[in-house]
Design a protein around this ligand. Structure first.
Ligand SMILES: [Zn+2]
Length: 246
């Protein structure tokens, strides 16, 4: 946390998995030490299988959890067909249920999607005017366009600094300034030159520098802009009056 502050971070979004007691303990310590940390909580597709036969419990459990953590978002939620840790129909049902709750609570969602683009968009479109972000985006330009069409933000992590991430750098240059977010996805995916080490919030500066260079702006401008976008998405807690392109 002190390294993050030294690197100029004013706040951070910490992602929790519903029902993970160990993670909740760690997060409570972070909250005690870093008052500006914000939380998002949800049922990750990896854990969706735990709710097989208990779908009806999700609403009240998540409602309670978002209140306990003063959560600014519901997530990570979505679909992961790469690992398939949970059966796909259950992943889909748990995802749908959480989108319904996000709409009810007027909270944005943090989307995790891997090798499940088509189903993710189909479920998001049928869910209605939900707002949110595709976290750790690794898709191509077409997918970025589809995300923007449903009003979503696109968040890029350290992968954008990897030598072979050419198509992601195209996305980084393409996303409109008011829809771009940056993240670390700690403790995974540390950016160059920290690859292979444990990732941490302080390293988000490397993501900012890389993307700023691609977009021909200064890192300071990019940081200011993405901070503003963060506030607009997570702290506004209301639907945009201009409506979404659906
Ligand atoms: Zn994820």
């Amino acid at each position: 946390m002190s390294r993050a502050r030294d690197a100029g971070l004013s706040a951070s979004l910490c992602i929790l998995s519903l029902g993970d007691v160990k993670e909740a303990d760690a997060a409570a310590r972070v909250r005690g030490l870093w008052p500006d940390v914000r939380f998002s909580i949800g049922i990750h597709p990896h854990n969706a299988g735990q709710f097989e036969g208990r779908l009806g419990e999700i609403g009240s459990a998540l409602r309670q959890a978002t209140a306990d953590w003063s959560a600014v978002a519901i997530g990570e939620i979505g679909l992961d067909y790469h690992y398939d840790f949970s059966p796909r129909p259950i992943q889909q049902a748990v995802f749908r249920q959480q989108l319904t709750l996000a709409l009810e609570l007027a909270l944005p969602v943090v989307i995790h999607t891997r090798e499940a683009t088509e189903d993710t968009f189909a479920i998001l479109r049928e869910a209605g005017p939900v707002r949110g972000v595709f976290h750790c985006f690794t898709g191509d330009l077409a997918m970025a366009q589809a995300a923007l069409e449903i009003g979503f933000y696109i968040s890029l992590a350290g992968i954008v600094t990897f030598p072979r991430a050419e198509s992601l750098r195209e996305v980084a240059a393409f996303v409109p300034a008011d829809k771009l977010l940056i993240e670390t996805d700690s403790p995974y995916l540390a950016p160059v030159p920290y690859r292979g080490k444990r990732n941490e919030p302080a390293y988000v500066g490397r993501v900012a520098e890389t993307i700023a260079a691609l977009r021909g702006v200064t890192a300071a401008e990019l940081r200011a802009r993405t901070a503003q976008n963060f506030d607009a998405l997570f702290l506004a807690n209301c639907f945009p009056s201009n409506g979404l392109a659906r």
